[in-house]
Design a protein around this ligand. Structure first.
Ligand code: PLP
Length: 392
């Protein structure tokens, strides 16, 4: 009889739980070891040196690969380390096509580091196949997508891009940080590589910095194994354990992040200080239908624009339960001001052209009670308006 694959909730809860054969420990132990004894010359337990492979990290890597429907997983010391490892596939003269609205750190890595090694990038709306085609060059090697984009929540049709990329023998790489494999699995839609800042939803508690890469196919997996080991930006065993512990509750957390974010987005639509809400769940969002087609749910991140940039300073001062801080994806709600924080490295003209202006705020909605969050945000918006309008 064919074994039935467990549902994702069960696989998440059981990460590492059935893999410790010596004691049967429910949680896979932290192997705090960098070197492993060889039984004899020419023999190995499968573990030699921890940069190459560590037992705790391996359980995390196998689980990540399985969750993303890939062939191999690689745990890195941060999301940026994961991106650097992936981009190290490219070299002198190679060209990449990259999502226009992009995490600022990825843009900085491409423009200020990869450019030193002769790798160039064109930033395009990856949902526009004509734009992809007109930016394709003979030396183009890959398309890099963030969907939804951070912070503007633009949606790319992953399957359509993968089909286009395959026609031209290009790799498709997807940053799946905002969705997680619980809601979106790009490799099932034809992508070749998935990258995560696991610091965000996978870890989920704002307490571990990590990155994950998952590859599809033998050749690509072997190449990534070589790069991961050679570059050495790998995740330590304690952080690997911490990340797995977070991932066990991913399903529960994502469901709450999603429902809280939808309720708050709907609340903001009714608030008179708010000009626009960018959330793919909303029917008039341009990516609504694609998001529904390719994902089983929505992330807890969305952004919104206030009507007057002067509201921003008092709003950030008045929020109490929601912290003004620069991350996303944790159980605690965080509000970010992209123009001066996450996206400060993107030149002003690019930022303004895509709409990351001084009225835009990004909200990473946590798992607190939604009424408490609405009370905090609504109160801070009212207080901000009072201060600005009252002072006129
Ligand atoms: N990708 C996305 C979409 C991100 O938001 C971030 C960080 O905010 C990164 C990558 C980089 O990850 P890390 O901060 O873990 O290095």
């Amino acid at each position: 009889m064919k074994e039935k694959r467990l549902r994702i909730e069960s696989r998440l809860a059981q990460i590492g739980s059935i893999e410790e054969p010596i004691t049967g420990a429910i949680n896979f132990p932290i192997y705090q070891a960098t070197a492993f004894r060889h039984p004899q010359l020419g023999k190995s337990t499968g573990f030699d040196y921890a940069r190459t492979k560590n037992p705790t990290r391996k359980v995390l890597e196998d689980a990540s690969s399985q969750l993303e429907s890939g062939d191999a997983g690689f745990a890195c010391s941060s999301g940026m380390a994961a991106l650097q490892t992936v981009f190290a596939m490219f070299g002198q003269g190679d060209h990449l096509i990259v999502s226009l609205d992009l995490y600022g750190g990825t843009y900085r890595l491409l423009e200020r580091i990869l450019s030193r090694f002769g790798v160039s990038a064109s930033y395009v709306d990856t949902n526009d196949l004509d734009a992809l085609e007109s930016n394709r060059r003979p030396n183009t090697k890959a398309v890099f997508i963030e969907t939804p984009t951070n912070p503007l929540m633009m949606i790319t049709d992953i399957e359509a891009v993968c089909l286009w990329a395959q026609r031209h023998q290009l790799l498709t790489i997807v940053d799946n940080t905002l969705m997680t494999p619980f809601f979106q699995r790009p490799l099932e839609l034809g992508a070749d590589i998935v990258v995560h800042s696991a610091t965000k939803y996978l870890g989920g508690h704002n307490d571990v910095l990590a990155g994950i890469i998952v590859t599809k196919g033998k050749e690509l997996s072997e190449e990534m194994f070589f790069l991961h080991n050679s570059i050495g930006a790998v995740l330590g065993p304690s952080d690997s354990y911490q990340l797995m512990r977070g991932m066990k509750t991913l399903a529960l957390r994502m469901e709450r992040h999603e429902s809280n974010a939808i309720a708050i987005a709907e609340f903001l639509l009714t608030h008179e200080t708010v000009a626009e809400v960018f959330h793919p769940y909303l029917k008039d969002h341009p990516g609504h239908d694609i998001q529904k087609k390719q994902c089983s749910g929505n992330t807890g991140i969305f952004s919104f624009k206030v009507k007057d940039a002067r509201y921003v300073e008092p709003l950030l001062r008045h929020i109490k339960l929601i912290a003004f801080a620069e991350s996303l994806g944790g159980v605690e709600s965080l509000m970010t001001y992209p123009a001066v924080q996450t996206h400060a490295d993107i030149p002003l003209e690019i930022r303004e052209a895509i709409g990351v202006d001084d009225r835009l705020l990004r909200f990473s909605v946590g798992i607190e009670h939604v009424e408490d969050l609405i009370a905090d945000l609504g109160g801070a918006l009212d207080a901000a308006r009072e201060e600005i309008e009252g002072g006129q």
